[in-house]
Ligand binder design. Structure first.
Ligand code: DX5
Ligand code: ZN
Length: 222
C-alpha cells in the first residue's frame, strides 16, 4: 500500500463540454486535486476529443494543475505546444512512439512533469529502463478511448508490481490509475499501490459531481 496522500484527478471527458470552466470549478471546490484532460487523435484510439486550444483556454479558468493524457500517435510532435498551453503534467503512451526515452526527456526539458502510460496489454518491462526520466506512471485499467468502461481487475497485479519496483529502487515516481475508477474499485487500486486516481463518469456522470468527488475521497479515508 502506498503511503503518499491520495489525489483525485477528475477527467473532463465525461463533463459537459460546453461548460468545462464551471465543471472544473465545481470539482475543485469539492476537493479535487488535478484536472485530467484526455487528448485523443482518432488513430491511437478510435475517438477524437480536444486539443491544444482547449488546454490553453482551461488554464485561465482553474487553479488545479492540468494533467494532460495524450492518446495520440507520435506525441513528440506536440509536446512543446501542450506545455506552452499550460500542461503541468504531460503523459504519453509507451505504445505511441518509437523513441520513448527521448520523448519523456523532452517533456521535462519543456518544463512539465513527465508521465508514461501503459495500455492493459503492455507489460511493465516496457518502461523499466526509462523510469529515471519519469515523474509518473499511469496504469490504464481500461482500453483507452472512451469513458464509462469497466475496470479491468487484471491490471491490479501490474499496479502491485510497479509499486514494488518503485519502492525497491526508491524512485520518486508517482503511480496513477485511469479507467473504471468508482466507489467500488478505488480502494482495490489504492491497495495495489496507486495514489493518483482519474475518474470520469464516476464524477461527471453522477447527479452531483462535487458530492461524487467527496464520496470517492472518503472511500480512501476509511
Ligand atoms: C479513457 C480516458 C479516461 C476516461 C476515464 O481513455 O483516458 O481518462 O475519461 O473514464 P472513466 O472514469 O469513466 O472510466
Ligand atoms: Zn485519461
Amino acid at each position: 500500500m502506498n503511503k503518499k496522500p491520495p489525489m483525485l484527478s477528475p477527467s473532463i471527458l465525461s463533463a459537459d463540454m460546453a461548460m468545462l470552466a464551471s465543471e472544473l470549478e465545481l470539482v475543485e471546490k469539492a476537493g479535487a486535486h488535478w484536472a485530467h484532460i484526455d487528448v485523443m487523435d482518432g488513430r491511437f484510439v478510435p475517438n477524437i476529443t480536444i486539443g491544444v486550444p482547449v488546454v490553453a483556454a482551461l488554464k485561465k479558468h482553474t487553479r488545479m494543475p492540468l494533467d494532460v493524457h495524450l492518446m495520440i500517435i507520435e506525441p513528440e510532435r506536440y509536446l512543446d505546444d501542450f506545455v506552452k498551453a499550460g500542461a503541468d503534467w504531460l503523459t504519453v503512451h509507451a505504445e505511441s512512439t518509437y523513441h520513448l526515452y527521448r520523448c519523456l526527456a523532452a517533456i521535462r526539458a519543456a518544463g512539465a512533469k513527465a508521465g508514461v502510460a501503459l495500455n492493459p496489454a503492455t507489460p511493465l518491462s516496457a518502461i523499466e529502463y526509462v523510469l529515471e526520466v519519469v515523474d509518473m506512471v499511469l496504469i490504464m485499467t481500461v482500453e483507452p478511448g472512451f469513458g464509462g468502461q469497466h475496470f479491468l481487475t487484471s491490471q491490479l497485479p501490474k499496479l502491485a508490481a510497479l509499486r514494488k519496483l518503485i519502492d525497491e529502487r526508491q524512485l520518486p515516481v508517482d503511480i496513477q490509475v485511469d479507467g473504471g475508477i468508482n466507489k467500488d474499485t478505488i480502494v482495490a487500486a489504492a491497495q495495489a499501490g496507486a495514489h493518483i486516481f482519474v475518474a470520469g463518469s464516476a464524477v461527471f456522470g453522477a447527479p452531483d459531481a462535487g458530492q461524487a468527488v467527496q464520496d470517492l475521497l472518503a472511500q480512501l479515508d476509511a
